[in-house]
Design a protein around this ligand. Sequence first.
Ligand code: NDP
Ligand code: HEM
Length: 478
Amino acid sequence: MTKRLTTTAGAPIADNQNSLTAGARGPVLMQDYQLMEKLAHQNRERIPERTVHAKGWGAHGTLRITGDITKYTCAKVFEPGSETPMLARFSTVAGEMGAADHERDVRGFALKFYTSEGNWDMVGNNTPVFFIRDPYKFPDFIHTQKRHPRSNLRSPTAMWDFWSLSPESIHQVMILMSDRGLPKTPMNMNGYGSHTYSFWNNDGERFWVKFHFKTAQGHAHYTNEEGNAIIGNTREGFQEALFGTIESGDFPKWRFYVQIMSEKEAETTPYNPFDLTKVWPHADYPLIEVGEFELNRNPDNYFAEIEQAAFSPSNIVPGIGFSPDKMLQARVFSYADAHRHRLGTHYEALPVNTPKCPVHHYHKDGAMNFMGQQSGVTDAYYEPNSFGGPIEDPSVAEPPLRIDGDAARYDHRDGNDDYSQPRALHDLMDAAQQNRLYCNTAAAMQGVPQDIIDRMLTHYDKVSKAYGDGVRAALSEG
Ligand code: NDP
Ligand code: HEM
């Protein structure tokens, strides 16, 4: 049966084609409220785009646990054989919502697992490291990726100025300029939690952990030239690929692994294991299989399910914890703050964000409280109370973490080896990969003042003379 069109207040609408006018040619009447309503709603159809990672592509899926890591973590999501519904959103970092998908950029890899003990968000990238190691520098770094205040253009000068003054960025810039900086589709890239997180088990033991998600579709990349040709035809290549693949029933998959480090080992590694610009070498900390996830359902409404998705590293569940990583600590604050601004006070109650387990809290009122009383008990709107409101559960307390040290602003560049791990990466690339790395780097430096290029080349020389000379040669070939 055809549904009757109504106002948002439920009253039937007689005419949705013609405005109410004084005479056939005449002006519209103020009392045509539905015209006002349609125009007013249109003016409110956009919300602020994400300040970073604005352009994204997402889908729903399922996590399946095939391995057994219960000796490291009591998180229910890792019970062998279990399945957990999930949401994934991939993104580029720098471009705005209308940016072309096939631009060279780091890709976001954000996962929300709707576990039986609350939502666990794993908000990672397709790279195992990051540009900076101190969150104090994040707004400065992002300014270099966004538009110049005067020209309103992206500024390679700003990017290379910042990077050349921040040697900790070399590792990530190298991956960005390598083949992996321009994946063919979201299905052809790995995801990494990047930070060190923690696990704790039923005996109260803590372990440090890194998360890895490896594409089952295989790595595949475009060259700059191929990427540019695609952008000439479509700016939406990632959306077309992900949406189309899932629509056709060919569900993409990622294998899920962890690396584990004991608290004792963390005291003796030659690098700071909580430094986001470093990986843990596979040979020392081998990958342990956990399971796999597949993406198997496209959103029915992109805005409601992907644009309104709110991922936050602060969303952890019992058995998973944070680490001393300064960057992670800052992200724990930053994302929920962004969501309150971008989506509103009660963003966690939006259907895509709401946990698929019981939720009972004492937050109250605020714009758009459409959930009513969240403690679940009418008279229990504060805590403690005598009316049977929800109470805390000490059994899920994290084991104590020993922290010491004097409060000070420690130089995060002091004594850090920013060159060895990039050197290991450079050395594992074959000659053709290295050549593309040099050419992509030189291409990205076009128009940058020579003194800034020279400063960057001194870093590349320290990674490997071949690297510095390779970029020099590519620059001179233009
Ligand atoms: P391994 O030889 O065991 O690992 C090297 C890893 O490098 C591969 O497993 C692959 O990661 C990754 N890789 C290969 N080509 C590229 C590329 N073009 N861009 C980015 N990553 C690539 O050695 P180590 O573990 O000792 O690491 C050596 C270097 O490899 C590191 O310094 C780091 O730069 C890089 N790397 C290391 C990772 C780690 O977690 N140990 C993860 C990713 C990169 P994958 O298997 O994840 O696809
Ligand atoms: C998005 C802050 C580092 C991955 C965002 C957003 C903010 C932010 C404010 C927008 C959130 C929104 O509006 O929904 C920061 C800060 C960082 C940092 C302050 C460092 C101090 C990182 C790192 C990674 C990362 C290291 C990956 C390892 C992402 C991803 C998104 C994102 C994937 C998009 C999430 C989505 O799909 O909605 N970040 N970020 N960020 N960030 Fe970060």
